[in-house]
Ligand binder design. Sequence first.
Ligand code: NAD
Ligand code: WQD
Length: 336
Amino acid sequence: MKVLVTGGAGYIGSHTILELLRAGHEVFACDNYCNSSPEALRRVRRLANADFGEADVDVRDASRLGKVMTEFSPDAVIHFAGLKAVAASEKVPLEYYDNNVLGTLRLLEAMDSTHCQRIVFSSSATVYGEPKYLPYDEAHPLNPANTYGRTKLVAEQVIADWCAATAGASAALLRYFNPVGAHSSGEIGEDPNGTPDNLMPFVAQVAVGRRPHLNVFGNDYDTRDGTGERDYIHVVDLARAHVAAIELISESTGCEAVNIGTGTAFSVMDMVRGFEAASSRPIPVQFVERRDGDLASYYADASKARELLGWRAELGLKEICGSTWNWQSRNPNGYA
Ligand code: NAD
Ligand code: WQD
């Protein structure tokens, strides 16, 4: 299939393009590089030993996006482009609605005008909010606790309404849990701007000497060791879930939300110990106050992904920590 990938130069987009190429799909990547580097796509080409089209396009720019869509004429779109920092979304909510919601609207309009009826959307487990029960299944009430999560939920609803109104359309709303890890080559990985918000890139920067210690946000949660628990999903498993989702939407119509997680929760200290073992470096920690808005624990019911996509996570904590360390130690300053 011909697959247009928005946000293709980003962390998850770059890993997904590699898996799409390996599965024999033709790819075109669009990105405005607001949170990524074109170097990631150069490396994907090298790893895949294959070429693909690429354009510097903001998905909200209807005329440029329309031109690319008309020329490439995709069978399906994977929509990664968006902003993802929870704390920033509280400070600049309009930027988040503009990028994540308006960007999705503009993309669907461009799809309509080029008769493309299939989309895979990057959603997030954050759409569930405070757990009523665990594991979260896809029927869990949707009540995101932050602006970022609300932009994802609105975008999901826009896609579901578009899909219902468009004969023959199909959409997969993939609700990712906590994506981590890197490609086994160490050539592509997560390269956040400035101080990382997320746990694993922060831990990796401590191991490589860029930061003195990790602040652990709370050790008094009602969890096994008192630190927060999450369902960490290896980015290569996540990338493969997109390949499975592309296959699903090519054969079906309608809109499906699907959790993409492992079904297992690890604590902050599990991740720290895993990383120490993988890197043979100590990760000094300081226990500090809980971070505002953090939940104690959540993880996926991943059964729908198994049934509908025939996909399950195959990589565990060892591969997550080993690949993150391989990426970070080979690229201490990321793509810079
Ligand atoms: P990322 O920032 O690495 O990738 C997003 C890419 O989109 C970047 O390359 C960025 O430059 C590009 N982009 C942003 N706005 C754009 C625009 N208007 N037009 C064109 N390109 C634009 O983030 P990621 O971790 O790869 O996340 C990809 C998607 O998955 C995002 O939509 C994110 O919300 C979602 N998601 C991420 C996580 C996570 O923890 N990483 C979890 C759940 C969902
Ligand atoms: C994981 C655990 C922290 C940093 C976020 C978004 C979510 C999704 C994934 C996009 C928590 C603890 C963290 C640190 C720490 N993104 N931690 N010290 O908050 O579960 O999820 O990313 O969709 O929407 O909310 O991920 O990696 O920030 O935190 O102790 O320096 O690590 O308290 O328990 P989170 P995270």
